[in-house]
Design a protein around this ligand. Structure first.
Ligand SMILES: Nc1nc2c(ncn2[C@@H]2O[C@@H]3COP(=O)(O)O[C@H]4[C@@H](O)[C@H](n5cnc6c(=O)[nH]c(N)nc65)O[C@@H]4COP(=O)(O)O[C@H]3[C@H]2O)c(=O)[nH]1
Length: 718
């Protein structure tokens, strides 16, 4: 049932007063009313109608709402008795009082007939005015009361229907309880939520839907409902449990109020909050879970770690925190792509999980950083065994989605409670410091935290900050090292090497700051700076150096993955009017190993530009040589470690010979790096090496000193 706002308002206010129009029907052949009647009606606010026959009176009675009939007994056609009888027999008119009037005498038979027909009174003409007045006034007052009662009942019916329809339509469950906790009412929503029929519910007590905590007897006096009943205050409960008829539980929020007026009971309005709770739980889980691996994320880890520490404190046990960082993971991401990186991280997560007990807390707390909390240890040293187990597991090759096998390693830092600290953040910091120590000690290691490590960690942090400042403030410069043709002794190229002098520390080795540039991503702007500075310098040397003399520039894995690399190099070449054959790019084996579309496209584009491509540190990286035949490479650079003992180690000599033969067989030039002695030069000459580079011919020098390097040196005869 729908109510317009206007109807609703009228229903909610008290019924209106007696704005009732009462009509008295006078039925008789004479058109004149009994004396004094009309002024009386006027004073009572009533009006009159006249019918000269019984038939006409019937028409009026059917059509209009008549309060009182004054009818003559003698009428043309239907007489007053018949009219009265008709009025009584008709359901619409039966409540209308009829007074019969007669010009004759009212004998006993006439009176009996009048009452039998249904008249409530009779009067003889001429009618005594006071008698008529008093009867009419009383009858009209009774009629008025009857009408007002009818109005009130109708108002109550509408109001009831209105509230019922509201209760039925409400999404909230509404339950009415009496003062003993028995249910008197439940709206459809409540019945639906509780999975009960109305007849099962009415009369049953509150225990049907309100379960007490496990095992307790639910005393009515201990319920919040009774509390509301006693104190009269509305009670709101944000979360409690209700029980369905099938005894399953569900969470609700509710409001209990005492019934208004004389109602001796309570009304409970409740909502099923299962969905809201499920959503909250999902959001909570999402907030503490790493979507890639399903492990805790950083914030999940912290709260789980905090709980583990509290537990260990109570049980007087140790807890070990391991900080695991994958070695050179960025290289994988940069060369094989992010999808492969993600796949590998998920596999690493599984592998770490398999190394620990099910209740140890494994989390991914950053890109390639994992942590393990080893709970309730008797002795922190057993963490060492697990760290070793994890390192071994991670060393096993992982097979990527495309079938390619990848081998990685990790560095692990371990800090233990209570030895290192009892604070979550301090323990994390300590494990991080120990992890950095493991990295700088050569990676694929684990280290327990020791207090003196802090100094090293601070040093690294300071360096990292200084590095950022140097990148912004142009604090870098290039040195150039000559490369000499072993046959002619002519300088055929220079390698550009990046240098950084720190104000206080002095010169910092590229082996220290290049990995930091790489890790921080600063290698991208710095790499670009090296290209443009080197190429500008090579152009400036045009008059001094032979045209074929090239400039080699090192490329880092991050630059290799950068989509803007080729257009940037092209712009630098154009800006400095440098022919592309004067620029050589030094790549590492790891970059070439990933036979991805990106690698193939990039190498093709670099070749299409006309650049020379060489493989740096050859022999130290991956063992697969397949890439050598796939890509059009120009030169192999034999790593210094094979040159160092070239003259004393037959094995190193054999390796150098093999690399030279391999390079030549594939049509590549071979360059030896780190050549420091005449003996090494002589041996390399015998092995057929093409170009040599090393302190023997010249250390890397600033651009201004390159002019002093002789463009040809005597080789082999020293
Ligand atoms: N002991 C000894 N060392 C010799 C001798 N001849 C050359 N060297 C050193 O060997 C390194 C050769 O460079 P690399 O293998 O490309 O190895 C480079 C390269 O991987 C990286 N690097 C340097 N500059 C850059 C740069 O601009 N960009 C990138 N991405 N990496 C760079 O840093 C590495 C180290 O550079 P440096 O310290 O300048 O070290 C240079 C050079 O000074 C020798 O006879 N004896």
């Amino acid at each position: 049932m729908r109510h317009s706002p206007a109807t609703m308002d009228s229903l909610l206010t008290k019924p209106a007063g007696p704005a009732i129009q009462q009509t008295v029907l006078l039925v008789g052949p004479q058109s004149d009313a009994p004396p004094g009647l009309l002024p009386l009606l006027h004073s009572l606010g009533a009006q009159s109608q006249h019918a000269d026959s019984g038939e006409r009176a019937l028409e009026i009675l059917v059509a209009e709402d008549i309060a009182l009939v004054l009818a003559d007994v003698a009428l043309p056609g239907m007489d007053g008795y018949a009219l009265t009888q008709w009025i009584r027999e008709n359901s619409r008119t039966r409540h209308i009082p009829v007074i019969l009037l007669s010009n004759g005498v009212w004998d006993a038979a006439a009176i009996a007939r009048a009452y039998e027909a249904g008249a409530i009174d009779y009067l003889g003409r001429p009618v005594a005015e006071p008698v008529l007045s008093s009867k009419v006034a009383v009858l009209l007052e009774l009629d008025g009361n009857r009408r007002r009662l009818r109005q009130a009942i109708s108002h109550i019916d509408s109001t009831k229907a209105y509230y019922e329809s509201m209760l039925n339509a409400a999404g909230e469950g509404v339950i009415g309880l009496d003062r003993d906790g028995h249910m008197r009412f439940a709206n459809p929503a409540a019945r639906l939520m509780l999975k009960v029929e109305n007849d099962q519910l009415v009369g049953a007590d509150y225990r049907m839907f309100y379960p007490f905590p496990a095992g307790d007897v639910p005393h009515w006096e201990h319920t919040p409902f009774f509390h509301t009943l006693r104190h009269g205050k509305e009670t709101r409960i944000e979360e409690t449990i209700f029980m369905r008829h099938d005894r399953t539980h569900f969470p609700v929020s509710l409001c209990v109020s005492r019934l208004a007026g004389n109602g001796d009971g309570l009304v409970i309005v409740f909502q099923d909050i299962s969905q809201r709770k499920a959503l909250e739980e999902a959001l909570r889980r999402q907030a503490v879970t790493d979507p890639l691996t399903g492990l805790n994320n950083r914030s999940g880890f912290k709260s789980a770690f905090r709980i583990a520490l509290d537990r260990a404190r109570r049980a007087r046990k140790s807890v070990a925190l391991m900080f695991i960082d994958l070695d050179h993971f960025k290289r994988i991401n940069d060369t094989l792509g992010h999808a492969a990186g993600d796949f590998l991280l998920a596999a690493v997560a599984t592998s770490i999980r398999e190394c620990v007990r099910s209740y140890d807390i494994v989390s991914r707390i950053g890109g390639d950083e994992f942590s393990v909390v080893l709970d309730e240890l008797d002795d922190a040293s057993s963490a060492a065994q697990i760290a070793g187990k994890i390192l071994t597991a991670l060393r096993c090759p992982f097979r990527l989605e495309d079938g390619m096998q990848v081998t990685i390693s990790a560095s692990i830092g371990i800090a233990s409670f209570p030895e290192c600290s009892d604070d979550v953040d301090m323990l994390m910091q300590a494990a991080g410091v120990a992890m950095y120590q493991a990295k700088s000690d050569g990676r694929n290691l684990y280290h327990f935290y020791m207090p003196e490590m802090n100094a090293k960690a601070r040093h690294r942090l300071m360096l990292e900050q200084a590095l950022r400042v140097a990148v912004e403030d142009d604090g870098f410069f290039l040195h150039y090292q000559p490369q000499v043709d072993i046959g002619t002794g002519r300088v055929v190229g220079y390698e550009a090497l990046l240098r950084w002098d720190h104000d206080r520390i002095g010169s910092i080795a590229p082996s220290t700051f290049v990995p930091m540039l790489e890790e921080t991503g600063l290698i991208i702007p710095m790499g670009q700076w090296v290209f443009s500075t080197g190429c500008r310098q090579r152009h400036a040397w045009n008059s001094m150096l032979p045209e074929q003399c090239s400039l080699s520039v090192n490329l880092s894995p991050r630059q290799f993955a950068d989509k803007n690399l080729v257009p940037q190099i092209q712009r630098v070449l154009e800006a400095n009017q440098l022919p592309p054959y004067q620029l050589e790019i030094e790549l590492t084996e790891s970059m070439l190993m990933s036979n991805t579309e990106h690698t193939r496209n990039l190498l093709r584009s670099l070749k299409d530009l006309g650049l020379k491509l060489s493989v740096d540190d050859f022999g130290t990286g991956y063992s697969s040589l397949a890439y050598l035949k796939q890509f059009a490479l120009d030169a192999l650079k034999i790593d210094k470690q094979f040159i160092d003992h070239l003259t004393t180690s037959s094995k190193d000599k054999a390796i150098a010979r093999s690399i030279i033969q391999l390079g030549h067989n594939l049509g590549m030039q071979v360059i030896a790096e780190g050549v420091e002695t005449a003996d090494q030069v002589e041996t390399l000459q015998q092995l057929g090496c093409d170009v040599v580079q090393g302190f023997y011919f010249g250390r890397p020098v600033p651009a201004g000193e390159v002019g002093r390097i002789p463009q040809a040196v005597a080789v082999g005869a020293q």
